[in-house]
Design a protein around this ligand. Sequence first.
Ligand code: URA
Length: 299
Amino acid sequence: MAPSLDPATRAALLTRVRFYRDLGLTEFYRRPVDPELAAQWTVEPENLGAPAVGVAVPGSTSGFSGERVGEHELQPAPALQPHFLEDQPIPPRKLIPAPPQVAAATPPADRAAALELIREEIGECTRCPLHAGRQKLVFGDGSPTARLMFVGEGPGADEDAQGLPFVGKAGQLLNNMIAAMGLKREEVYIANVVKCRPPGNRVPEQEEGATCSPFLFRQIDVVRPEVLVALGATAATWLLGRRQPLAGLRGRVHSVRGTKLIVTYHPAYLLRDPRQKKEAWADLQIAMRELGLKPPSKE
Ligand code: URA
C-alpha cells in the first residue's frame, strides 16, 4: 500500500512528478522493464528524419513572447522523503496499439463535414472512464483545411468548462506561439490525445489513450495537415506509437500518417519553466521551415 500523504507533501510530490513528466520522464519508476516495451525505445529509420536545423532566434528573447529568457528561475522542487522512492510493484504496461490505417484523402471542401461526422460518432461518449468527470467533451478546434495542426495531451479545467482545446493559460501561450509563427489561431487545427479531462490533469491512462486516440488519428487523416506539432511527451508518445523521452525526439522531423511531425514542449511546461521557450521556438522554426513560413516582421 502506498503511504498516505499529508496535503503539503502530496503537493510537493506532484510538483516534482509534473516536472519530470514535462521532460518526458514518465517511466523512470517502472520496473521490471518489459523487453517488448524496451524494444520500442529504439529509433526507427523513418523517424531519424532530417538532422536538427532549428536555430533559436539570436538575442535574449524567447522568440514568441518577447519575454527575456532567464528572467525566471525554476523553483527547485522540495526534497522527497525516502519512503516515496520505495519500490511499488507496477505491472508492465500493455503495448500501445497500432493506430488505424491512414484513411483516403478527403477533398478540402468536404473536410468540415467529415470532422462533423467523427464528432457525431463520438457522441455522448462513455467508452472510457474519463467520461465520468467530464463537463464538456473537447473535440478539436480550428480550420478543417489547416496546413498546421497542434496536438496536446487532454483538456484541463478551462477546456472542460468551455468544450474547446487550449483556452486556459497554456492556451494563451499557445496562441502567442501561433502568432509568432505568423499565423492566426483560426488558421491552424488543435486537438488532444484524449477528449475528456483526466482528473486532476493527470496523464491519460493507457486504456484512455488507446480508446480515444483513434478519433484523433481520424481527425488528422481528414485535416491532412502538412505539419503536425506534438505538444509534450504524451502527444508525442501517442502519435509516434512508442514511448521515448522528449529530449530524444525534439529537433528533427518525424513522419506520422504521411505527415511531418515536430515534437516540442507542452505550453504548460513552458509556463512552469519559461527558460525553455527558446528551445520551443527553435522547434517551431523547424515547423515553419517545413511550411515555408517566415516569422512576421516586427514593426
Ligand atoms: N493542455 C492540453 O494538453 N490540452 C488542452 O486542450 C489544454 C491544456
